[in-house]
Ligand binder design. Structure first.
Ligand code: PMV
Length: 317
């Protein structure tokens, strides 16, 4: 068996994070500029043992030494179960990630997906995107407790989607190409923690939180209509309205607020945090003429990295 490898990209949530956990719609897109790759290489010296090496997570250990609930072990075990294989192959598994962990870019879903794709291909039965997605969701449940499933779905299918938990995802087709700049605060934050904290507050005061989630749901629908109509200004307004509500839920932070304000002052049409919040990344919708200005403004405001990405327009035939 030769070396087998597979990759998965990051994702960006355009609108609706957190509210999506409560059944509201959200819109997300693949962020292909950042990739994670897993490689599996046969190792004949060590029969029936799989060594896992993920420097970004400081893992260099046999898979059996990881806890049964560890997301890496879970992704591997679920793949073997799905293929009805009862032992680990003799192999070395390496993962390298350009996607920073704990920063709102869907890293936990990307990790589960590269592991499932690589291991199933290595064993001669590459799994279809639908099965990869189902298994990755199971791993996400172990990670987050109550994931919406948006991250694993967007990354498994690598398509921009309008997503509602439990419903078939809908393809997002903008009439014109949209350009975004993504800024990294450099702060790492666990999404499991922010989701759990909002969950506790929701239990304590459902009425107040529900009002805010309703407003986020409306901002998402507003943004979805704007994307379909090719109205960048309205999409920007929806992103700003969404950010206001995320701030009301205490999911932003000073560093995110600072980058968002800098992007808007420099000409972005809308800007908001993306993902779990309280750190991680923000994204700004930027008209072509303002790209250099906004990029500079984000760098001057302290962004650790700034990326440009696009959501391709689909002209009607
Ligand atoms: O921080 P990330 O990349 O895992 O994104 C989380 C998105 C949430 O809506 C906050 C959680 C979820 O499960 O949808």
């Amino acid at each position: 068996m030769a070396l087998t490898s597979a990759s998965a990209c990051a994702k960006l949530i355009l609108l609706g994070e957190h509210a999506v956990v409560y059944g509201y719609p959200a819109i997300a897109m693949p962020f292909t500029g950042l990739q994670m790759r897993a490689m599996l290489e046969p190792c004949i010296l060590k029969p029936h043992g799989m060594q896992v090496r993920i420097p970004e997570l400081k893992i260099d250990a046999p898979v059996e030494s990881l806890h049964m609930d560890h997301p890496v072990r879970k992704a591997i075990d679920l793949t073997l179960q799905a293929l009805e294989i009862d032992r680990y192959p003799s192999a070395i598994l390496r993962v390298r990630s350009e996607i920073p962990f704990y920063s709102g870019l869907g890293t936990s879903a990307a990790l589960a997906i590269v592991l499932i794709k690589t291991l199933s291909a290595f064993l001669g039965h590459p799994l279809e995107a639908e099965v990869v997605n189902t298994l990755a969701y199971e791993v996400e449940v172990g990670n987050h407790g109550t994931p919406s499933g948006i991250d694993n779905t967007v990354i498994s299918y690598q398509k921009p989607l309008r997503y509602v938990k439990g419903e078939a995802p809908q393809l997002v087709m903008p009439v014109q190409t949209l350009t975004f700049l993504v800024g990294d605060t450099g702060l790492q934050k666990s999404t499991a923690d922010t989701v759990a904290e909002l969950g506790r507050r929701y239990q304590e005061d459902q009425k107040t939180i529900q009002v805010v989630l309703d407003r986020i749901g409306k901002a998402v629908e507003h943004g979805f209509e704007a994307i379909k109509a090719g109205d960048e200004k309205e999409l920007g307004a929806a992103m700003n309205a969404n950010q206001k509500e995320l701030k009301a839920l205490d999911l932003s932070c000073a560093e995110l607020d600072h980058l968002i304000a800098a992007a808007i002052s420099a000409g972005a049409l809308g800007a908001k945090l993306s993902g779990g919040g309280r750190g991680g990344h923000m994204l700004a919708l930027v008209p072509q003429a303002s790209i250099n200005n906004v990029q500079r403004a984000l760098e001057q405001a302290g962004a650790k990295r700034v990326y440009k990405t696009q959501l391709e327009g689909c002209q009607p035939c």
